[in-house]
Design a protein around this ligand. Sequence first.
Ligand code: ZN
Length: 207
Amino acid sequence: MLSADFSVMGEELEKVVKAGADMIHLDVMDGVFVPNITFGIKMVRDLKKKSGGKPFDCHLMIVSPEKYVEQFANAGADYITVHYEACKENLAEVLLLIKSCGAKCGLVINPDTPVEKVINEIPYCDMVLVMSVFPGFGGQSFIADVLEKCIEIRKIIDEKKLDCLLEIDGGINGKTAKAAVEAGCDVLVAGSAVFGAEDVGKAISEL
Ligand code: ZN
C-alpha cells in the first residue's frame, strides 16, 4: 500500500483486492528506524474493513516493535514482520510475542545483513522477508545481490522442512519477479509496479 494514493486508501485497497492481490502489504515507518513516516495502527484497523478477507501483512519499520505488536495484531494484522536490525538480541522474544498475540510472525533483514545473523531465529518464523532495497521509500531499484540470500534461506527452509514463507520486498516488477521466484521466494511485494500500472489487474497477473 506504500505506493497507493493515501488520500483514497480504502478505494486503492479495494482496487487491488478486486484485481487479485493475494495479500496486502502494509509498510509502517516511524521516522526513526527509517527516515520516512507512513501510518500506524488506526490505518490498519480502518483498512481491514475493506480487505475482502485478504491477509494483512504488516511490515514494521519501527524501533522497539515489541511495544506495538499487540495493537497491530488487534487491529487485524495477520502477519507481523519485524526487522532484525530493530530487535537484534531480542528478536526471538519479539517473534514469540507476535505469535502469542495471535498473528503469524516474521523477521526481516536489510540488504546488507547476512543470513547468519538470523539463522537461529528462522525456525520460529512463519515468514522471512528479504529486503531487496534499503527500507524507507517506495520506487527504488532492485538489488540483485540479495537473491543469493534468498537461495540460502530457501535451502534452510527446505532442509529443515519449516512451515515458513520466503518473501521479498523492494523493486519487484514484471522483470525482477522471475528471478525472485527462481531464487525460491513465495511472496512478492509489489508497490509501484501495481499502483503505477495503467491496468492493475494485468500488472498483478504478470507477477
Ligand atoms: Zn515492506
